[in-house]
Design a protein around this ligand. Sequence first.
Ligand SMILES: [Zn+2]
Length: 424
Amino acid sequence: MNVSAHRAFSLLKELAYERVSCSAEERSAAQRLLQEALSIGVSAQIEEFKAPCGHVDHARLVVTAPYEKEYTVTGYERALPTGEDGLDGEFYYAEDVLPAHLARVKDKIVMINGPLRRKTYEKLRKAGAKAILTFSGETIDHESNSDLLIRKLRETLTEPFGSAVALNMRAADAAEIVRRGAKQMHIELEGESYEGTSQNVCAVIEGTTYPEEIISLGAHYDSVYFSTGVYDNMSGSVILMELLRYFAKHRPARTLKFNWYGSEEQGLLGSKAWVAAHADELNQHVLMINVDVAAATLGHNVAPVLATDAAVSYVDAVMREIGIPCKTKLDIYSSDCIPFAEKGVPAVNFCRFGAPGADFIHDRNDNLKSGYIDENALDITLRQALAFTDRVANAVLCPIERKIDKKIVDKVDEYLFKKEKDEE
Ligand SMILES: [Zn+2]
């Protein structure tokens, strides 16, 4: 069939390094993907876009009373700096952001459970918290085998609610601070916010019969800090490359646009930028096909469809036809399908999720040494995506209507904070 999971996996191995938004490594991975696409003999190029970036020069937290101890922290990128002198304040552990908690956060350095979500941020800001502390990892982690996450204050938080001082620490340290009854602390944060450059890699195969009808295929190739992102999502990226190879030889009736998106992990920045830059052609887009996470040895196949029940039945029927078990469902998926669905372009995602105990994502364990991904498993998603793309790209009429259920439209709007959810 001219596709090879083995070849795909070799490319994955080559690109198994950290590829964070706007970094030199992300750039070099983009160039490697471009080079591969060009070697296939199709038209391809890099499309750059601007992305909000930040770096932290200095972050410090010291408990000053009733005991004295310094803890290792990371500063949130793009957070408010404290200035050289830092700031001192009373510590308060807000297990939640219920009114009873919020009544006590004013002018305090507030530690919360879990990541900083928009609703939580809004409530803490409005209640007058002086600074925000979060923690990551698990209380049983050891410094030698876990990383202290570097987080960012995204514009979805700071644009509506302003910037705040924010630090992240280890769960084990957070537990110690609470256990030992910390009352007063001193924190320092210095850093810089700037506009960085990220990029999408884009290739096109013109349709032979219905060139004006476009199906786009997407996979993000960036990773988070500390992660080599082989599962999330170099696996999807190399699957896309095999599809490009196949359709370059077997020209499709419809036009296929292949996009490897950068900066997905920072809030779908690559696909948002692509959709914005190609706004005038979006009415020609009949479908978006996205591959995000694959190759898990122990795992299962899921296809979230952002369209209609009829589309779900169609995807399911194709999977039954090729005999690959796949849980197909009408739902959104936190990936590059979202900006397309927002513009009315239906989307189908192919994912192979790792089973419990064999699923490492967004941390240092998403790497080849963890032994949880392999090329035979990658071949499953490759065959799904190929069979499905082949059917829809060559059908006389596109089997999926350009329609998205109200339920999905609402979920997309909530995801993009265009519509408020009642309560978290
Ligand atoms: Zn992903």
